[in-house]
Design a protein around this ligand. Structure first.
Ligand code: AMP
Length: 281
């Protein structure tokens, strides 16, 4: 498996594969890979002849007071893991390679970015769309793989690809969890052991919401209230949002008629974690 740091070299390698009729899969990541990322790489390797995994901590998707500088990085470990999951190339560009001096072009999806993480983290989804659009243009993949863990990101990327007529299929893969239910995240390493214990409140709350929904509760406000009460019992947890929205438009729901996305963002100390579940009647 090759590690490539320049756009020009990656384009040459991918074009050679395409000229031989090979299909290309792309898995965009910020690295510090865990089983959630590896599930996307395995899916790409199963569905494509050649898989490119990008490892790039993208500065444009971090706010000024967020964790860009201290975000965990481990390119050697990532390369080993990506290779064992079936990657053919790890693309690990520098910030200057992706955003040379004077860079000033951004891609923004409106509407559905005004809720949830888009609302709490202004500019975040614009940074995500910009880097993903650049990666799509650099790699010219047939398919790109995203996790349902970042449900809004996946929906926004799908909308961008559709509305900008990008020739790529977006595949969304299920959330991979630790044995105790915590959704895997590179940011979990930030948690102290009491915070790690408290963080279970996310998946536990979503499980309880699923049970209440199965028993017939369809009122979104009642589910929101339940989530807030449940999470506030954890002294280390600080709720950013606990929402019940339409899974495509992200509009707030009153009653759940067919489908809903239940999405949580909760801070434990400085660490903000997200998780979600889809409810279906
Ligand atoms: P990140 O490196 O956190 O930007 O994530 C890169 C990709 O991996 C995104 O599409 C995420 O949604 C996906 N991902 C992250 N964590 C998980 C998880 N626990 N299960 C499935 N996919 C995940």
């Amino acid at each position: 498996m090759r590690i490539i740091e320049t756009i020009r070299e990656l384009k040459d390698v991918v074009r050679k594969q395409k000229s031989e009729g090979k299909s290309i899969g792309l898995v965009p990541t910020m690295g510090y890979l865990h089983e959630g990322h590896l599930s996307l790489i395995k899916m790409s390797a199963a569905e494509n002849d050649f898989t490119v995994v990008s490892v790039f901590v993208n500065p444009t998707q971090f706010g000024p007071n967020e964790d860009f500088e201290r975000y965990p990085r481990d390119l050697d470990g990532d390369s080993r893991k990506a290779e064992s999951a079936g990657a053919d190339v790890v693309f690990a560009p520098s910030v200057a390679e992706m955003y040379p001096d004077g860079y000033n072009t951004y891609v923004e999806v409106f509407g559905i970015t005004e809720k949830l993480c888009g609302k709490s983290r202004p500019g975040h989804l614009r940074g995500v769309c910009t880097v993903v659009a650049k990666l799509f243009n650099i790699v010219e993949a047939d398919r790109a793989y995203f996790g349902q863990k970042d449900a809004q990101q996946a929906a926004v990327v799908k909308k961008m690809a559709r509305e900008l007529n990008m020739n790529i299929d977006i595949v969304v893969c299920p959330i991979v969890r630790e044995a105790d239910g915590l959704a895997m995240s590179s940011r979990n390493v930030y948690l102290s052991s009491p915070e790690r214990e408290s963080a279970l409140v996310l998946s536990k709350t979503l499980k309880s919401v699923e049970e209440i929904f199965k028993k017939g509760e369809r009122n979104a406000a009642a589910l929101r209230r339940f989530m807030l009460e449940n999470i506030r019992k954890e002294s280390l947890a600080e709720v950013d949002y606990a929402e019940v929205v339409h899974p495509e438009t992200f509009e707030d729901l009153d009653m759940i008629e067919d489908k809903a996305l239940v999405a949580l963002a909760v801070k434990f100390g400085k660490t903000r974690l997200i998780d979600n579940v889809i409810l279906e009647v």
